[in-house]
Write a protein that binds this ligand. Structure first.
Ligand SMILES: Cc1cc2nc3c(=O)[nH]c(=O)nc-3n(C[C@H](O)[C@H](O)[C@H](O)COP(=O)(O)O)c2cc1C
Length: 317
């Protein structure tokens, strides 16, 4: 069998063994053929259907590392499967691509619950720097003009193809890192109707909310964002976008003239469609560089978070 056929067979067979539910995608009606549609994999990987179709035909030429990384994750290829792909000329890229993000996330372990900001944030944002163990570094938020607003869900979650019980949500861990680093105000968005601890139940509820274009209620609404120039919007990725409660949040305010940095934690989809979605929901806002941290790699995220804070000018020291 030639290289192209091997790649095609591998990708098709791995797509066939994944159910939409496992992938956190809507079931999408009856389907004669088992598994995800090509469009589902493309959606999870954040590439166009046309691009994914070309890859699945065994044509990997010109595919970037990040695309191959995303496709490998979307199809949940294991090491043996990646080794099988290694017979293809793009071997180095495919094998290397799996570690693209991980490679930038080496560093100190900071993912313990005590790294998270306050468990239940008040409707008045808390100055995270004041709660930190060390004084916040000088940053553009020193003027109190930066807000980090985030949603995060602890409980059973996706973890490297399996499940893991999280006592603190991944996004909350990253929010804690950022809050301590730049001393910005931190506001945790709480759902009025709390999301279940169970992963599958949460997937099902989220699919219902997305299909209905719902606006889930917020238990601790924020009065105003008037004093902030820059807002970091943090959330997990649910079914390739931010949970609908983030839309509830952003639609309450005018972001006109403000700068938004999307911030996500994810399993496969990176920033998902957050940049597009916030641009649509927040007319007049500048959507600046976002940060996506893989949930499974949160414990080593500090260097990547730091590098991003410096790149974006949020941390100047
Ligand atoms: C309902 C649900 C849907 C998810 N869908 C996706 C997805 O489409 N793409 C992805 O990369 N990760 C997905 N994930 C994984 C989460 O984005 C990831 O575990 C994240 O770090 C969780 O953050 P949190 O602990 O702050 O809630 C999903 C998780 C849940 C619970």
């Amino acid at each position: 069998m030639d290289n192209r056929s091997e790649i095609r067979d591998l990708m098709i067979s791995r797509r066939a063994r994944l159910s939409p539910q496992q992938a956190g995608l809507p079931a999408g009606g009856t389907r004669r053929v088992p598994g995800l549609r090509r469009s589902g994999v493309a959606q999870l990987a954040g590439v166009s259907l046309e691009h994914y179709t070309r890859l699945e035909r065994g044509n990997l030429s010109g595919a970037s590392d990040s695309v191959l990384d995303a496709v490998g994750r979307a199809l949940r290829l294991d090491d043996a499967e990646r080794a099988h792909l290694g017979k293809h000329p793009r071997r180095a890229i495919l094998l290397g691509a799996v570690g693209t993000l991980a490679g930038t996330l080496l560093g100190a372990c900071t993912g313990s619950p005590e790294d998270a900001p306050t468990a239940a944030a008040p409707a008045t944002p808390s100055a995270a720097g004041n709660q930190s163990r060390s004084a916040p570094a000088t940053s553009s938020s020193g003027s109190g003009k930066v807000l980090l607003a985030y949603f995060s869900r602890a409980g059973e979650n996706y973890f490297n193809g399996g499940r893991k019980q999280l006592s603190v949500g991944n996004t909350e861990v990253v929010a804690g890192l950022i809050g301590r680093r730049i001393g910005c105000d931190v506001y945790r968005i709480e759902a009025a109707d709390r999301y279940p601890d169970d992963y599958e139940e949460t997937v099902a509820r989220n699919v219902r909310e997305q299909n209905a274009n719902a606006r889930p209620g917020i238990a601790n609404p924020l009065a105003s964002i008037e004093r902030y120039d820059t807002i970091l919007l943090g959330s997990p990725i649910w079914n390739v976008r931010a949970p609908m409660i983030m839309t509830t949040f952003v639609e309450q305010f005018s972001f006109n003239g403000r700068t938004i940095h999307p911030l996500t934690t994810y399993a496969m989809s990176g920033l998902g469609t957050t940049e597009r979605d916030y641009a649509a929901s927040c007319p007049g806002a500048t959507i600046a560089e976002g940060l996506a941290v893989r949930g499974e790699e949160i414990a080593g995220a500090e260097p990547a978070v730091d590098a991003w804070l410096r790149r974006t000018g949020l941390l100047t020291r």
